[in-house]
Design a protein around this ligand. Structure first.
Ligand code: TYM
Length: 334
């Protein structure tokens, strides 16, 4: 059976973008693959986080994983910092990655441009090797992510090729080569306020995203105020009509309608009716998830699941880490 790894940062509550681009894929994949779904809290600290909030968001994300339907009997669900192999592997990977490769990462360029290179943590630069470690430690063949993670996956593949070439014995590759798995639709959900920019859970403008824990009335308000255009014509044309095209993609991803179905259904009806129905579709999707989330959040069940998840993850991750150390020649004994 092939193996899947994916992770989400607890740097805020996941948005409908995270749901459509990543989480929705996880739910189907758990039936056919050996799956590891991780709350990557060590990634979140590349930018400053308030300690209590970080802890709360970490638990909250784990509860959301379960609330959307991830089944701990099928998938291993765990917190990254509870498996120390991640930080150890990241060091080895950093030492086999050039600064040039890391400086080319667009996410680093964007974030460091905003704050100046001297104003960001070194972790922001070395974050992709931590992500490479997440993936290789579990021997993942497939990594379901949104479009924005493609470049990190390319770096992962380059690293695996280089590491295996340098350190593996013939016919005994140390690391598994992963493939990226991008959702066919909705791999890049855009901001509701600036539809040419990606929707992000850390956007300071809360109207720009729908969080998976937003209350129904907030969802209705945010969709109502989503930026469109003045034509009132519902058609899918991301280049010229990014706002309404984004809403069409979201609508299609949260229901069984295709974009073509929706264009036909709302032909001539104007944006008001379309937006009201879209808001209800999102509410219908999220309400049952939120109910289950609230039951789970402070339950003993959640703690037990995360303890067991970390145990399983440690066993697999430590084995790979040991293979990496052996290959390199770290320590006294293989
Ligand atoms: P993060 O936490 O930013 O996002 C989690 C997942 O959601 C996807 N995503 C989106 N998809 C569609 N539209 C959007 N607007 C949108 N915003 C985010 C992301 O592509 C991602 O799949 N570095 C990763 C976390 C990570 C990881 C890993 C992922 C750490 N280690 C190993 C896979 C494998 C990140 O920051 O995702």
């Amino acid at each position: 059976m092939e193996t899947i790894f994916s992770g989400i940062q607890p740097s805020g509550t996941p948005t409908i973008g995270n749901y459509i681009g990543a989480i929705k894929q996880f739910i189907n994949l758990q039936n056919d693959y050996k799956c590891y779904f991780c709350v990557v809290d060590e990634h979140a600290i590349t930018v400053p986080q308030a300690p209590l909030e970080l802890r709360q968001q970490t638990l909250s994300l784990a509860a959301l994983y379960l609330a959307v339907g991830l089944n701990p009997k099928k998938a291993t669900i765990f917190i990254q910092s509870e498996v120390s192999a991640h930080a150890e592997a990241a060091w080895i990977i950093q030492c086999n990655t050039t600064i040039g490769e890391l400086e080319r990462m667009t996410q680093f360029k964007d974030k460091s441009q905003k704050n100046g290179r001297t104003g960001v943590s070194a972790g922001l630069l070395t974050y992709p090797p931590l992500m490479v470690g997440d993936i290789v430690l579990y021997n993942a063949n497939l990594v379901p992510v949104g479009d924005d993670q493609k470049q990190h996956l390319e770096l992962t593949r380059d690293f695996v090729e280089r590491f295996n070439k340098r350190y593996s014995q013939p016919n005994q590759e140390i690391l598994t080569m992963p493939e990226v798995k991008i959702a066919e639709h909705g791999s890049r959900v855009m901001s509701l306020q600036e539809p040419t920019k990606k929707m992000s859970k850390s956007d300071p403008n809360k109207k720009a995203f729908i969080s998976m824990l937003d209350e129904p009335d907030i969802i209705r308000k945010k969709i109502k105020s989503a930026v469109t255009d003045s034509t009132g014509i519902i058609e899918y044309d991301p280049e010229n009509k990014p706002g309404i095209s984004n809403l069409l993609s979201i609508f299609s991803a949260v229901t069984d309608f295709t974009i073509d179905d929706l264009v036909l259904k709302y032909n001539g009806q104007g944006y008001g009716v379309f937006k009201a129905d879209l808001a209800e579709a999102i509410v219908d999707l999220l309400l049952p998830i939120q109910t289950r989330y609230n039951e789970l959040l402070h339950s003993d069940e959640l703690d037990v699941i995360l303890d067991e998840g970390a145990q399983v993850a440690r066993l697999v991750a430590n084995k790979t880490l040991q293979r990496m150390k052996n290959g390199i020649g770290l320590g006294r004994k293989p």
